[in-house]
Design a protein around this ligand. Structure first.
Ligand code: XBP
Ligand code: MG
Length: 228
């Protein structure tokens, strides 16, 4: 096998975005009078469901109707998620930087002519907002292939998003390595047949990364990807 490409996850991997996602959810719930509030401990557990819409559905199914009798149906949840996405993009601007080692790893991939791709559960518009905030450049100038959550029905740990990225790269899984921060992301990449290195994030640090090629931090990532 010759390594030809690297597929990066987004949330938690490129940047520590989950606190902003959590804030965007909570502000949306409050503004819409829903009576939901996700504190850090609860959010850490809820993150095991990938995708904001799916996370809200899982939470609704868990708690049923609140004290106020409100129990949003799937159409209402989809509408809430659109509002949350707009709010997240507004909160992101100027509030986030790349995680240590990410810019260096991406630069090292370019030097060694490794192709760059994204496989994320979040939406394409959120990828765009993050790239513009962190690099001041559009996402497609940074990543040749972008597979985002709004393009697949089954989210991580299902392999669909990685299989989509591989198809767009036109490469077999053995030629590609994934970079993830979470156990469900690792499971998704592995199920698609990829090797995967993990850079644990704040919310995922306590998770089980069995099956990872390596668990790394900061500047070790560039060397792991390029064999430097
Ligand atoms: C992490 C996620 C996302 C975000 C919320 O995605 O699970 O669902 O928490 O994003 P990644 P949306 O695969 O990049 O780690 O509300 O846009 O779904
Ligand atoms: Mg992630």
């Amino acid at each position: 096998m010759t390594r030809r490409a690297v597929i990066f996850d987004v949330d938690g991997t490129l940047a520590e975005t989950e606190e902003l996602h959590r804030r965007a959810f909570n502000e949306t719930f409050a503004e819409q009078g829903l009576g939901w509030h996700w504190d850090r401990d609860l959010y850490e557990r809820l993150l095991k469901t990938a995708g904001g819409k799916e996370r809200m559905q899982a939470y609704r199914d868990e708690i049923g109707a609140g004290a106020d009798g409100l129990c949003p149906d799937d159409a209402r949840i989809a509408a809430l998620h659109r509002l949350k996405t707009d709010r997240y993009a507004a909160l992101l601007e100027g509030a986030i930087t790349l995680r240590p080692g990410i810019d260096e790893a991406i630069a090292a991939c370019r030097v060694t002519e490794l192709r760059l791709a994204i496989a994320t559960t979040t939406s394409r518009s959120n990828v765009e907002a993050l790239c513009r905030t962190c690099w001041r450049r559009p996402a497609d100038q940074l990543f040749e292939v972008i597979a985002s959550g709004d393009e697949v029905t089954a989210k991580k740990p299902d392999p669909a998003i990685y299989l989509l990225a591989l198809r767009r790269l036109g490469l077999p899984p053995g030629d590609v390595i994934a970079v993830e921060d979470s156990a469900i992301g690792l499971a998704s990449a592995r199920a698609a047949g990829l090797e995967c290195v993990v850079t644990p994030a704040t919310y995922t640090a306590g998770q089980d990364f069995a099956g990872a090629a390596a668990v790394l931090h900061g500047s070790a990532l560039a060397d792991a990807l390029t064999g430097g």
